[in-house]
Design a protein around this ligand. Structure first.
Ligand SMILES: [Zn+2]
Ligand SMILES: [Zn+2]
Length: 82
């Protein structure tokens, strides 16, 4: 076939600002810490697969992480033959 290299599916989760840009600001670890003044605020999270077949945006980080890791796990699964 013409595709000898298997595609690795990886969908890293990124935090988003309200205008859709990626948030790389440091976030406070504890609730009583001041929020980062440089950050306009995170409004959601997004994951896009490196193979381009999966994109998810949601306000709940755990949900995006779960779906992204599920996608990577299921699409990278080697074909087992016994
Ligand atoms: Zn994928
Ligand atoms: Zn930010």
């Amino acid at each position: 076939m013409t595709n000898p290299k298997p595609i690795r599916h990886r969908a890293p989760v990124r935090a988003l600002h309200g205008d859709g840009t990626t948030c790389t600001h440091r976030q406070p670890r504890r609730r009583d810490e001041q929020p980062n003044p440089e950050c306009p605020g995170r409004t959601g999270y997004t994951a896009t697969c490196s193979a381009g077949d999966f994109t998810l945006t949601n306000g709940i980080r755990a949900y995006v992480e779960e779906q992204a890791s599920y996608h990577a796990r299921t699409t990278n699964e080697p074909k087992v033959t016994r």
